[in-house]
Every structure is written in structure tokens, then in C-alpha cells.
Design a protein around this ligand. Structure first.
Ligand code: HEM
Length: 415
């Protein structure tokens, strides 16, 4: 029987409950609250550690003793045969590793290059792109009929925004968004071998496509973000394989996460009309609303690292190379840091920043862009459709790590 909050005692049971039970997948926060009431972290018998208290999460994320080891630890398949592992290895694109899964010195060098194309000044034109995309999407919808917010508004905005960022031709944006969705299948702890295979093949197709994009940029002279990175490659600052991986990573890291943020945010606003009304009256304060929505229902629940030789957790040495999972969604609900942590309060006093975009060396490089998308979409939707309501129960994606809705039925203007 699935664990419930009232009848579990140990950390392992609570973690199992939050991550794997039906109740936990639906609402992990009661399980996380129980864990937070006990302590800030735990080390299981098999050496794996979990960190959930805000202060401990920030301590781990800023420590040089927690590493990526060249692997996206959340996508390492478990319970597969040696033959299946070999098959995945063969299908994997030949790449130097994604920005999010490499360590220094390569990490700092590549991160510096990407941050140059994501500066606040470079992001200014995206505000009008987001508004224009929203206008176009909404113009094609009948406001009196039920629609699915995820497939209409929420997927379209980041598809156009990150598509524009990496210079994807318009007709290919929907296909690329689909590939990004398939690629993320392998990130779930319950992913089957078939899911991993689908994910790896999607990644390979994405990398091959990006190679073509880069070749096209090389022959053009337009001042695009990828064009700027291509010139850095020509100056010898980055290899071709690194460039391909970087561009693909920026897309896949920036698409699904933003779809999730918009879904979690819009459902929270629909379920808390008083908070939506506050945003309608204070659109200039949309940023603090976006940040609170990201805290309240965190789209990336966990990030994973490997313990280095000197890694300690609350003075306890960790087994070198053991997996350490940092539960950002729990840190964002730590009552030691956020008053009434399970409540949504868009007027919450500013204090410690939520960890929704991570912290430390791997802090999300697209956080400013994602927030812009959140600010425009949340404030515009509540302004244009003050009577918008749910037309059915939103469907939760059955995963823990990626907290999202797969379907949100709404009527924009109920009669
Ligand atoms: C609401 C939307 C988003 C959320 C919740 C989110 C969350 C995160 C988190 C938690 C990390 C830290 C990963 C770790 O510590 O292992 C991260 C890293 C990253 N994000 Fe985002 N992200 C979002 C949007 C974006 C966007 C729009 C882009 C690109 C345009 C982007 C690009 C990246 C990249 C490249 C990294 C890796 C950075 C590094 O390893 O140095 N993200 N993101």
C-alpha cells in the first residue's frame, strides 16, 4: 500500500511517499513538511543522501565538494541490463556533456560564453516577442469554449522564445518542442528502458539538427545569439562539439521547465482568486508574483550531484561518488525560512530567495528569461480574462522531479 503521511516513520518511507506514491505525486508537500519537521538532510543505508532544509541545500549547492562528474545524474538509468546500457551508450550522441552536467574548468569557460548572450540588455526584445506570441495564440482561441491551457498558451510561449533564442526556423519549432519533451522522459526516476531509449534518440536527433543550424549560422552574418557563439568557436574559445551541446542544452533546459512554471503558476492563480486579483491590480509587481508562484509549486523539484572525496553533509562524511539529491521544492517550503510555507502569498515579504532556479555554480542561466515569460503571461492572462475558470480537474504529470500539469482545462470567458 502506498505510504501516507500519518503511518510512515522513517526517512526512506517519507521519501518513497513523496517521490513514488500516488498521493506524493499529486501533492508531495505534506511528505516534505514531515521530513522538514525532523531535520534538514538524511543519508540512506545505501550511501545515497537527500538534502531538503533550505540552509543545508544552499550549503551543498555552494560547496566545491559536490560535483556533476559529466553526467546528468537524474537521467542515469537504474535496473537495466548490461546489454541495454550498451545500447543506450551506442545511441547517445557523441558529445562532451551538457553544461548542466560538467565541472570546472570546462564549466566556467562555457558558462561565461552563454551568459554573454543572455544579458538583461540582450533579453529586452523578448518582452515584445512574448506579448506578440500571446496575442497570436489567444486570437486563435474561442474564449467561450473549454481549451487546454498547456497545449495552447503554455507550450507556445517558450517554444517561440527559446526557438528564437537559438535561431530555430519557425516551421521547425513544434517538432523541436516535441523532441525536447521526449528527451525529458529519461529524467524521471521511474523511467523504463524504453523511455531512456526514446530520450536518447530524441537527443541524438536534436544534436544532429543543431549541427545544421550552426552550419547555417556560419555562412550567415546575422547578429544572433548562436551566430555570436559560432564566432567564438572560430576564435578557438569553444570546440564544435561543445557548441552543439551548448545550444541543444539551452533549448532543452529552457523549454519544458518554462511550460511547467506557467502551468503550475496559472493553476495556483485560478485556485487563489484573491491572489490573482492582487496581480490584476498590481501588474507592475508581476515579478514578485512570479517568484512566489515558482516557490509555491516548484517546477524542478530536485537537482542531483555526486559527492566529491571531501564532501560532508552536516559534518557527516559522504561516500565518495555517492549520489546527493537536493530537494529544491522542500527547501522552498522550509518553515525555518518561509512563514506559512504551504500558503500562497504574493505579498510575502522579501527575504531569502527561493531556490527554484538552483543556487551556486550551476544556478539557472536562463532565470531572467524564464521570469520575463512568467511576468508577462501571468499578468496578461489575469488582466484579459478576469473571469477565467477551470473547466475540469487539471491533470498532474505523474512524476516527482518534474512538477507539472499535462492538461489544464479552462474557459477564458465563461458565459
Ligand atoms: C521556470 C523555468 C526554469 C526553471 C524552473 C529552471 C530551473 C533550473 C535549475 C533548478 C537549474 C540548476 C540545475 C542544477 O543545479 O543542476 C537550472 C540550470 C540551467 N538552466 Fe534553467 N530553469 C528554467 C528556465 C531556463 C531557461 C529559459 C533557460 C535557457 C534559456 C535555462 C537554461 C539553463 C541552463 C543552461 C542551466 C545549466 C546551468 C549550469 O549548469 O551552469 N533554464 N535551471
Amino acid at each position: 500500500m502506498a505510504a501516507t503521511v500519518s503511518d510512515v516513520g522513517t526517512h526512506r518511507d517519507l521519501l518513497e511517499g513523496a517521490m513514488h506514491s500516488a498521493e506524493g505525486r499529486h501533492d508531495p508537500y505534506p511528505f516534505l513538511a514531515d521530513m522538514l519537521a525532523r531535520d534538514q538532510s538524511c543519508v540512506l543505508d545505501d550511501g545515497r543522501s537527500f538534502v531538503y532544509g533550505y540552509r543545508q541545500c544552499t550549503a551543498v549547492l555552494r560547496s566545491p565538494d559536490f560535483l556533476k562528474h559529466g553526467e546528468h545524474a537524474s537521467s542515469v538509468p537504474s535496473g537495466i541490463t548490461a546489454q541495454q546500457a550498451e545500447m543506450l551508450r551506442r545511441e547517445r550522441p557523441d558529445s562532451p556533456g551538457m553544461l548542466s552536467s560538467i565541472d570546472d574548468p570546462a564549466h566556467s569557460r562555457l558558462r561565461r560564453l552563454v551568459s554573454l548572450v543572455l544579458t538583461p540588455r540582450r533579453l529586452e526584445p523578448y518582452v515584445s516577442l512574448i506579448s506578440r506570441t500571446l496575442d497570436e495564440v489567444l486570437a486563435g482561441l474561442d474564449p467561450a469554449e473549454p481549451i487546454d491551457l498547456v497545449s495552447t498558451v503554455n507550450s507556445q510561449i517558450p517554444s517561440q522564445v527559446v526557438g528564437e533564442l537559438i535561431g530555430l526556423p519557425l516551421p521547425d519549432r513544434a517538432h523541436f518542442a516535441r523532441l525536447a519533451g521526449l528527451q525529458s522522459l529519461g529524467r524521471d526516476p521511474d523511467a523504463s528502458f524504453a523511455d531512456h531509449l526514446t530520450a536518447v534518440r530524441a537527443r541524438r536527433e536534436m544534436y544532429e539538427y543543431v549541427e545544421g543550424l550552426i552550419d547555417a549560422e556560419r555562412s550567415g552574418s546575422a547578429d544572433t545569439p548562436v551566430g555570436r557563439l559560432v564566432r567564438q568557436q572560430q576564435d578557438g574559445e569553444i570546440s564544435r562539439a561543445e557548441l552543439v551541446s551548448l545550444v541543444a542544452t539551452v533549448y532543452s533546459a529552457g523549454f519544458g521547465t518554462t511550460v511547467r512554471m506557467l502551468g503550475n503558476g496559472m493553476v495556483a492563480l485560478l485556485r487563489h482568486p484573491d491572489q490573482a486579483a492582487w496581480l490584476r491590480q498590481n501588474p507592475h509587481l508581476a515579478r514578485q508574483v512570479t517568484d512566489e508562484l515558482l516557490r509555491y509549486d516548484t517546477p524542478v523539484m530536485t537537482v542531483a550531484y555526486y559527492a566529491g572525496d571531501q564532501a560532508v553533509l552536516e559534518d557527516r562524511p559522504l561516500e565518495p561518488s555517492s549520489l546527493c539529491t537536493v530537494v529544491l521544492g522542500a527547501a522552498n517550503h522550509d518553515p525555518r525560512v518561509f512563514e506559512d510555507p504551504d500558503g500562497l502569498d504574493v505579498t510575502r515579504p522579501r527575504g531569502d530567495s527561493p531556490l527554484s532556479f538552483g543556487y551556486g555554480a550551476h544556478y539557472c542561466i536562463g532565470a531572467s528569461l524564464a521570469r520575463l515569460e512568467g511576468d508577462v503571461v501571468h499578468s496578461e492572462m489575469v488582466r484579459r480574462y478576469p473571469r477565467m475558470e477551470l473547466a475540469g480537474e487539471p491533470v498532474r504529470q505523474n512524476t516527482f522531479r518534474a512538477r507539472a500539469f499535462s492538461e489544464i482545462p479552462v474557459v477564458l470567458e465563461p458565459s
